[in-house]
Every structure is written in C-alpha cells, then in structure tokens.
Design a protein around this ligand. Structure first.
Ligand code: ADP
Ligand code: MG
Ligand code: MG
Length: 249
C-alpha cells in the first residue's frame, strides 16, 4: 500500500502540506477534492519528487519502502505512476520513442531486459488500438500540438503500458472538456484492478460521475479534513467548499 503519514512539505520556505495522512490500498480508488490552493497539486509534486518541494516532516512509503529515498525512476520501477495537469511536451521526440524509453527504463530499474522493437511494437499497438490511438499519432512529437483529448489518451496509453501499481492523477483545474474527461475516466475504469490503487485529485465533482471512487477525501490548508464515501463528492458539488475554506488553519 501507499501510506502517507503526517506529511509536511514546503515550497520556498512556505509550508504547504501541514500533516497529511492518507493510506491507499491496492484495489481502492481514492479521490481528493478541495478548494483551490489547498495543496492538492503540491501533494502530487512531492510524491513525484519534484525539485523545490521539500519534505520537512512525516513519511511516505510504497509497499513499505521509503518513497523519499527513491529517485524518480526508482519510484516508477516500484510501480508509482503520476499524471499531471500539464503533460510534458518534447519537440523532436516521437511519442512512440518516449513510450519505449519509459517502458525500458522501468524494466532496467527492475533488472529486466529491455524489450526489442518488435516486442514493444506489439504491446504498444495492442494497447493503442484499445484506446483509439493511431500509428500516425504515435509518430508525432510527444504532446506537441496534441489536443486536450489526445494528451489524455496518450497519458492513459502510458499508464496502460507501464501497468503501475499506484496511479496518481492530478486533474485539478485542468479545464478538461467533457470528451477528454471521459477518456480519463474510461482509461482509469479499464485499469481498475484488485492489485492497483488510484488517487484521483480533482477540484470538480464531474470527473467523479465517471470514475466512482471508493473513498473521497476533502483537503483544506494542507491536510485531509474529512473522509467519506462517493456521496461526499455530491455533497461538495451541492454545497461547495465554503465549509472547508478556513478550516484546519
Ligand atoms: P491546489 O492544487 O489545491 O490548488 P497547490 O498545491 O497548487 O493547490 O497550491 C497550494 C499553495 O501552495 C497555494 O497557496 C500556492 O500559492 C502555493 N504554491 C504552490 N506552488 C508554489 C511555488 N512554486 N512557490 C510558492 N508557493 C507555491
Ligand atoms: Mg489549484
Ligand atoms: Mg492543483
């Protein structure tokens, strides 16, 4: 399981996460909702190991291993996958090349041999077909000029190929149109499995109409301030975050 205990983290000496506790077990889909500025994206960046995000207290373990002792590629090798609001654009690198590099990096870190090009092609075609991704798109530079929906499809393809154990998706404020949102939801739903956990971070409830989470958390001012079932998302949609702004100061 992914276990976060009393996590405190700062950006440029400003404490953003102020004692966050969260446990995600394989098979569970958790959602974190919360007002803007509550630290949701900061949590995903800290888990990704982004520079400038300093952990000052607390712990995070991935199946018992200290996450913060692992480099980003080691985190991926152990089965952690993070998808961000603004995916990386890499001019000059074909999407296919990027996917192959990501998969082989994971295999190397696990001490497995690299996939040959034909083996990789077979896997990528199989999974791309399921997502309606054309060969033409796979030849285009990673995310460059991709529509919102294409970026999301590509992200889901990456997730399907890497078969992570824990997936964290930060979709907050992304202004995803309904089609892109459905792509994310269908991708997540297709990958739901008893040995895989998800954390879906979102400001808006509408994504959770399509991905029905097992557990919903409300984050405010750097902490989880309330936890409930899927009905909590509907309550937040109806009532807004007014009750939580100013909470947990
Ligand atoms: P959310 O995703 O819930 O909207 P964020 O994690 O993006 O919240 O931001 C939480 C708080 O941290 C905000 O007050 C924001 O201004 C601050 N913050 C985020 N990133 C930085 C940064 N790089 N430097 C300084 N403050 C930051
Ligand atoms: Mg925000
Ligand atoms: Mg955010």
């Amino acid at each position: 399981m992914l276990e976060i205990k009393n996590l405190h983290a700062s950006v440029e000496d400003n404490e953003i996460l102020k004692g966050l506790d969260l446990v995600i077990k394989p098979g569970e889909v958790h959602a974190i909702m919360g007002p803007n500025g509550s630290g949701k994206s900061t949590l995903s960046y800290v888990l990704a190991g982004k520079e400038d995000y300093e952990v000052t207290e607390g712990s995070a373990t991935l199946d018992g291993e200290d996450l913060f002792e692992l480099e980003a590629d080691e985190r991926a090798a152990k089965g952690l996958f993070l998808a961000f609001q603004y995916p990386l654009e890499i001019p000059g690198v074909a999407t296919m090349t990027f996917l192959k590099a990501a998969l082989n990096a994971q295999r190397r870190a696990r001490g497995e041999g690299e996939l040959s090009t034909p083996e990789f092609m077979k896997q990528v075609r199989e999974k791309a077909d399921g997502l309606g991704i054309s060969t033409e798109m796979l030849k285009r530079a990673l995310n460059v000029g991709f529509s919102g929906g294409e970026k999301k499809r590509n992200e889901i393809l990456q997730m399907a190929l890497l078969e992570p154990k824990y997936c964290i998706l930060d979709e907050t404020d992304s202004g995803l149109d309904i089609d892109a949102l459905k792509i994310v939801a269908e991708g997540v739903n297709a990958l739901r499995a008893k040995d895989r956990g998800f954390l879906v971070i979102t400001h808006y409830q509408r994504l959770l109409d399509h991905i029905v989470p097992d557990i919903v958390h409300v984050m405010s001012k750097g902490r989880i301030v309330r936890t409930g079932g899927p009905e909590l998302a509907h309550e937040l949609e109806a009532k807004g975050y007014a009750d939580y702004v100013g909470a947990a100061a």
